[in-house]
Structures are given as structure tokens and as C-alpha cells.
Write a protein that binds this ligand. Sequence first.
Ligand code: HEC
Ligand code: HEC
Length: 464
Amino acid sequence: MKKLLRHSRKTMLLALMGGGLFLFSQCHKAQQFPEDEFDERLSGGAATIFDASSRAFTHPIPALAGHDRYVHDLGDAGFEQSFVAAPAPLHGGLGPIFNNVSCISCHHNDGKGIPTAGFANSSLLFRLSENGHDEFGGPMGLPGYGGQLQDQAVQGTLPEGKVSINYTEQRVQYPDGSSASLRVPTYTLTQAYAPMAAGFALSPRMAPPVFGLGLLELIPEQTLLSMADPNDADGDGISGKVNYVWDAEHQRTAIGRFGLKANMPSILTQVAGAYNQDMGITNKIFPVESSFGQPQAPTPSAHTDLADTLLQAVAFYVKTLAVPARRDTRDPEVMHGQQLFAQIECGRCHQPTLQTGIDVRFPWLSNQRIHPYTDLLLHDMGSGLADNRPDFLANGNEWRTAPLWGIGLFEKVNGTPYYLHDGRARSLEEAILWHGGEAQHSKELFMQLSRSDRDAVLRFLKSL
Ligand code: HEC
Ligand code: HEC
């Protein structure tokens, strides 16, 4: 532990030195440091925390202190706060239509959600749209419904509808004769509160974890652009595309990083959008109720439901959640799995190592060498995973590469394991077997491995 502390101090020093260099020379590029200088358990660099319990995703960055720590704790309380319908002396403003009553009720323990719809602990929501684009190039909301189905409502108002989920099992055969079973979901919209336009698109989205996002926000745009290969110019079958989305805070187009289709440009807009769409809490960035324009909606009030300081604090909380350290990194099976992971080309999209840029306000997020296992780019994952609903530049087959850091702890944090954008996969193995499109070749390489090699890949994932 002592050695480790010394190490993270060294990482911190590098971060500060990096910041200094940046001030002197604007064109100084982030350096690649030699591998043996680093402890590979530090998935989040100086923003790594050592806890493998069910609370693993809930910790502030270790170096956070003073006023920053105070704002983080304020945001933590905001994240856990349940809202109620107005009029109420405190935490009013819920709805009139919503999906859940607090952030934590979808992002359980700051981790991944569970794929039920319409229940109190449900973390699965559905985006809606019809053909075409809105004025900002985003999805075209459905008349009378908007861009998201709110399946809950306060008393006296009807929820927009419900979604029923039906799974059928589909067997997959490995070349070595063993097999696995995948659940294929079908989503049916029921109890629509008003007539719906024909031919609408419905996109299931289950809550992803929310730790480590401050680091992902600081990955330089140049890094994302350098990994992208939208027309597959190098001919390796893997393209990777940057999403360009509408930034409602700055009123301009920006690179998308957050959301399952990289459909949000920043943590702040993502959080503000969640308050508005998921909970019906209006705020400075999204001041119009999600029910606006519906025949059943009350006249919107002029005031916003959420104080801007609270919005900022919750965004700060998300930005400053630490990444859990890896476990068992010296275990021979884990190390073998790590090699195979690279060999069968998983790392082409799940990029093991990236370097954050510099923001002088956040030294412990700056110039960090991190292991997020994502490129934050959009990839065509084949028709099996497609939602057939475009989201800015993301087409109906494309999803953002899911970060794999912390994935070995999802089950512990949540109590139940569910993977992929809609929670259809019940194990890491099933998640891999769903890969298609650009990842088809990589999936086939996985399937051709011997059983013990496949187990090693899974064991490696469990160490993340
Ligand atoms: C109804 C469930 C639900 C609620 C309530 C909810 N979220 Fe989410 N959250 C989601 C889903 C689903 C996504 C993915 C959205 C997408 O792809 O468009 C998401 C995405 C996010 C992300 C982006 C994560 C990433 O990896 O890109 C952040 C940050 C986030 N939510 C924070 C919050 C905060 C803060 C609140 C409370 C204000 C909140 N959420 C409330 C379901 C929920
Ligand atoms: C072409 C890019 C690409 C390649 C190659 C790829 N993946 Fe993925 N991976 C993705 C994307 C995109 C998702 C999110 C898909 C979704 O949610 O529907 C994902 C999701 C996952 C998940 C589930 C994550 C979660 O949070 O639920 C796991 C586990 C995973 N990949 C492991 C692997 C492994 C192991 C390999 C190599 C056999 C691999 N991937 C190869 C792009 C890729």
C-alpha cells in the first residue's frame, strides 16, 4: 500500500508537471510514458480508488479536498434525492410525467441498472422518434410524446404508455460443440395515452454506470478524431465514428461522448437532460417541461424546478467519482486472458489505454494515463443489437463502445448482472456473443478459442 501511495503521488506530480508544460508551450503534446513506469491496477490513474465491494463506484477521487469535497458531497445528496410532485415545500417538481424519482433509483449504487420497465427500480427507458431530424440534426420527437416515453405520471395525469418486454431464447453453437443461450428481446408499447404516429422508432436504453466520467470528458478531441476511421480507410473492417450532437448549454454543435450512442456532449448537459426527461425536473439548460404541448399537461410555470447550484453540484459529483482499481492483475490466467483480448482484436474498439488532456481546474483528472477500454466512438454492431433509431450521426446499427473498466464489479454493485445497452445479456459471455457488424470478426475469433482460453478472456474481464 505504501508503495502504491508513493506511486500515485508520482502520477500526481506528473499531472502537475504536465499542466506546467502546457502553460509554457501550447503545442506540447501529451506524452506516452513507458509501460513499466505504471501500476496497471490504476485504471483511473490518480483518480483510482481501492474498493472491490458493492460500494466500489460510489467514492470521490482520493485527492478531492476542501470546498471540492463539499460540493461533491452536496451533489451526492442530490443524486440520491427522491423528488415529489409539486406543490411541496422541498424537492417538488416531479413530473407531471417521468420515468423515475431519483438518479440513484436508476443508477443503482452509481452502477448499471436493471432491465425492467415501469417498476420502482426500473432503469430501462425508451427513446421515441419518427423519421427525419429536428432543427439541430437530432432525432425527431413523436407528436404528443417527444423524444422519450415517460411511463410514470403524477396523480391526475396519464403516463404516456408502458412497454412490455418479452424474451425468447436463441441457442448459439461454438465450433468446439459447446453452446450458450441468448435472450432475444421484443418490446411492445401498450396503454398509449394518445394516438401515435405510425412507424415510430423505439430505442431501449438501460442506465450505464456513472463513475470515471470526468476522465472521459477530458480525453482530447484530437485523440477521438485520431482513433476514428469512419470510412474504414485502413481496411481492417472496423471503422469508428465520432458523433456530432447539439450542445444545449453552449448552443452549438459539439462532439458527443455520453449516452449509449454518444448523444450528449458533456456531463453537465447529460445530467440536465436526465433531470428534465427522466424526472420531469426543469432546469436552466432544459427549462421546458417534457410534457409541454400535451393536451393533458398543465400550463407550464415560469420558474424552473431545480436550483442551478444543485444542477452544478450533481454534475460535479458525477465528474469526480473515482474509478475502482483492477484486481488479480498478476494472476497467470488473467494475464493470459489479457493477451488473448488483444489478440482477438477486442482492444480495437475497447482501447485499453488513453491519456487525458489538461484542465487546470482539475489537476487530478489532468494528464492521467487511464484504462477505460473504450474509444468513445460509434460502431456498427450488426442487426442483432440494432435499435433502428438514428441519434444525430449514429445510425440505427451503431452504439458507443461501452467502457469496460469496473465491469468485473457490475454484478456485486447491482446484485444482478445485466450487460449491453438494454440489459439483455445475463453474463459477460452472452454480451460477447451478441457482438456483430464491425465486431463480427472479433466475436468469431473468440468463439474459435478453446474453452479454457475463452474462460481466460472472461476471467480477464472480471479483473477490470
Ligand atoms: C429512468 C432511469 C434514469 C434516471 C432517473 C436517470 N438516469 Fe442517467 N441514464 C439513464 C439511461 C438509460 C442512460 C443512457 C441514456 C442514453 O443513451 O441516451 C443514462 C445516462 C446517464 C449518464 C451518461 C453515462 C455515460 O456513460 O455516458 C449520466 C452521467 C447520467 N445518466 C446521470 C444521471 C443523473 C445525474 C441523474 C439524475 C439527475 C440520472 N442520470 C437519472 C437512466 C436514468
Ligand atoms: C467493433 C467494435 C468492438 C469490438 C471489436 C468489440 N466490442 Fe465489445 N462492445 C462494443 C460496443 C459498441 C458495445 C456496446 C454494445 C451495446 O450496448 O449494445 C460493446 C459491449 C461490450 C460488452 C458489454 C459492456 C456492458 O457494459 O454491458 C462487453 C463485455 C464487451 N463488449 C466485450 C468485448 C470483447 C471481449 C471483445 C472481443 C471479443 C469485444 N467486446 C469486441 C464494441 C466492440
